[in-house]
Write a protein that binds this ligand. Sequence first.
Ligand code: TRP
Length: 457
Amino acid sequence: MQQRENWGSKVGFILAAAGSAVGLGNIWKFPYIAGENGGAAFIFIYLICIAIIGLPVLIAEVLLGRTTQRNPVGAFRKLSNSKIWVSVGGLGVIAGFVILSFYGVVAGWSFGYIIESIKGTFFEFSKVGDSGAYFTSLTSNITWIVGYLAIFMSLTMLIVYFGVQKGIERASKIMMPLLIVILLILMIRGLTMEGAGKGIDFLLKPDWSHITPGAVLIALGHAFFTLSLGMGAMMTYGSYMSKKDNIPSAAVQIVFLDTLVALIAGIAIFTAVFATGQSPDVGPGLIFHTLPVVFTKMSGGYVFSILFFILLTIAALTSAISLLEVVIAYFVDERGWKRHNAVIVFGIVTFLVGIPSALSFNVMSGFKIFGLNFFDFVDFLASNVLLPLGGLLISIFVAYIWGFDKALLNLKQGAENLFDNYPRVVFFWKIFLKYFAPVLIFLVLLDSTGILSSIFK
Ligand code: TRP
């Protein structure tokens, strides 16, 4: 058997895992859900969800990977003899396919928007109606939408093709610092705009009236999605980690980077949105409809629009490679495939599965599953069903099936100092993983099935 790959350094792992976490979720989704749910108050709830659910589950996932040195299917197989748990790993691999297929479509738009900004398109929109119509004209164009999906998937495949150290780790070490630099430039631009203060108020002054149970569940679900939890991506990345590394400290750094990027993206976007008199609560169109108007109105908009869409594309790319890697690790570990062959075959398969999602914006827009078009359906299935279900089962597995005490013993490897100095960590990880995580994630899941039943009606 070939020697299994591993990370070249701890920093390499942290940047790759933070790259997985930082994605469209942070820069596209977080600002618009915060915008729709009232800003500051929502952000506060979100931070709590990240701390009490996101962090403990992230630690559990990375630990499962590191302990077993396997992909999700192999990880469950090593720790339990039951077929049911092995199929939970299988569910993760399938979720990887499904998420990547629609994620690639949105990432493709982002890539396409880099080209549009270079062409100077985002200098022409005085109102959101016009930029929205332009967006619709692009996404109705099959060549445009499928073409950029193909380009984005090829980039993803190229990186994963070169393997863990030479591909994923090296790409993350280049792209993550670049991402931070671009983000800081955009934040400074936003903050120096006249009227930026209103955006800051929106992000800092809580309006509690917006906080409904529904908003709390959105925050919880997003904490999950943004940390790439629930389908074994972090498990797979953890499986390339050395037993000498400190998992809790790595997890805190990943969570910190992910949260920082979401907040800075929020500042960059809302200062500019308010300064140009646009509204924050327009939903998913915030990036692709509202921002082109913002760029038209701001001085230097040409350069900043190019930078912004490069930022969004980099963020999407470092996440997409983690999704593809889950699938590849499975075929390499469990089925004995060569990495290169697996990347080519399953990269292309994912692209093909992505085509109906891309076509949902044009020729297949009338095709409905449970009342949703194909794109919305796979998004819903993955984000609202598969991920929470996976997260629920992973936390139950670690806390009760594998067993908290065994898990803790493994977690202590590489983190001896932390546990000697702060014995309380054990207590917190225990109550959050054993009680809070399963119960709260179950509620998120129940909420989605509530939506399901209304679709079935
Ligand atoms: N975390 C990424 C984002 O915020 C998305 C993502 C990448 C993801 N890999 C994942 C989500 C695995 C869930 C599971 O955009």
